[in-house]
Design a protein around this ligand. Sequence first.
Ligand SMILES: Nc1ncnc2c1ncn2[C@@H]1O[C@H](COP(=O)(O)OP(=O)(O)OP(=O)(O)O)[C@@H](O)[C@H]1O
Length: 440
Amino acid sequence: MSTKEWELGPGSEFRFEVDFKKTIKVRLLSGQAEYFGTELGPEAEYQFSGGENGAIFSWNGCKISVTGECSSAYVADETAMDAYINVHVALQQQRAAAHVSNHSGPRVMIVGPEDCGKTALARILLTYAARQGERPLFVDLDPRDASVSVPGTLSVAAVSQAVDIEAGFMGLVQPSSQGAGETPLVWQFGYEQPDANPALFNALVDCAASAVTRRQKTDGAASGLIVDTRGFSDVARDQTIDHAVQALRITALLVVGNERMHSVLAARFGASDSTKSESVTVLKIPRSGGAVDRSPAMRQQLGARAVQRYFYGAGRERVTSFSTVVPFDDLCILRVGVDAVAPSSTLPLGETRKLSGTSVSPVVPDESLAHSVLAVTSAPAPDDAEAAANVDAVGLQVVGFVNVTKVDMEKRRLIVLSPVPGRLPKQVLLYGNTRWMETV
Ligand SMILES: Nc1ncnc2c1ncn2[C@@H]1O[C@H](COP(=O)(O)OP(=O)(O)OP(=O)(O)O)[C@@H](O)[C@H]1O
């Protein structure tokens, strides 16, 4: 494998893309550098693989070596980091004031079109805050690109140290030996897009908001929170933003790289509206030139990679997963949001089926469960089907996931992959649309 050295001037970044089947290794040879806010150690070697795109940024200049083949690699002198650090400094001032007054710190929500770098900005702001001794909460409301857990989920996590360079936000669930944070709270939404089931999405946002309040009661609220959202194509028609802004008591909206969206949201939430009790600061933030557009095929591969990382480890330390047999009789699988209307074939062209919000129905195991990623909740499974239909499944806390590798209808059992050895506990499982098939 060839090694190439790259010289970065002050304020520039090395942007790279790695193919799904390739790995690169990066070392810092001199100077200082960071990866989405987290400093690179002088002796360490970092591996990036599996379709990762990223940027190694240096404030004062540095030299790095890159071993292996990138599908794209270049140094950019123009970055959005000056704007991002300015936002961080402003948030840090609000946190300092909140520590003194014992009030809530900044409650920030990042919005913008798809692939504009929202998650990257959230990671940078959270890491900068953690590096200054803060403990902000990360609220992930982007189920398609769920950063903390598998696709289809929403989560709340306390970030008390720089986000791990290789494991990313998943390092919060699978902490390295350097020390753990608190376990993130995860909810199964089950769909990629909030508008697949807005009623359920909004109900889970309420659960996240209550969890934030509970955590801040014990931890203090001065560090505030940063919310990541999914990419919006038509912000004017979207009602999930309004709900999230209210439920999470957002004080600042950062609109990344879209003038029109900024003006729509400024009109909707900004200070000029005197009818609102609390106004929201709506700020325009530049999009990083490095943020990469991802095709639907690439999104699919990234989703599969996220599940793979859940079962086998996201960082350096590998996680072992185990095959377990679960008899149908021991299962209680529930689905929230049930098809309540006509089959898709009878709908006008281009229309998708809507789901009836938050109603709960038991899932009878059959072959269609193959490759499902099921959420294991903390709720004990009721004894009979009638009791199962009455479980209040909306907002159940997820403690882990299993992947159905085989459905054996003859023996009436599932074979599932689980990161925990032994029998699957008799707890309610929540169905979702996420599918994953292990490839060797
Ligand atoms: N400065 C940068 N240089 C190189 N790559 C970057 C940079 N910023 C972001 N990226 C990459 O671009 C891609 C899109 O960024 P990101 O996931 O932050 O966007 P997003 O707006 O959160 O996407 P969406 O909400 O549509 O899922 C990611 O692969 C990310 O790692």
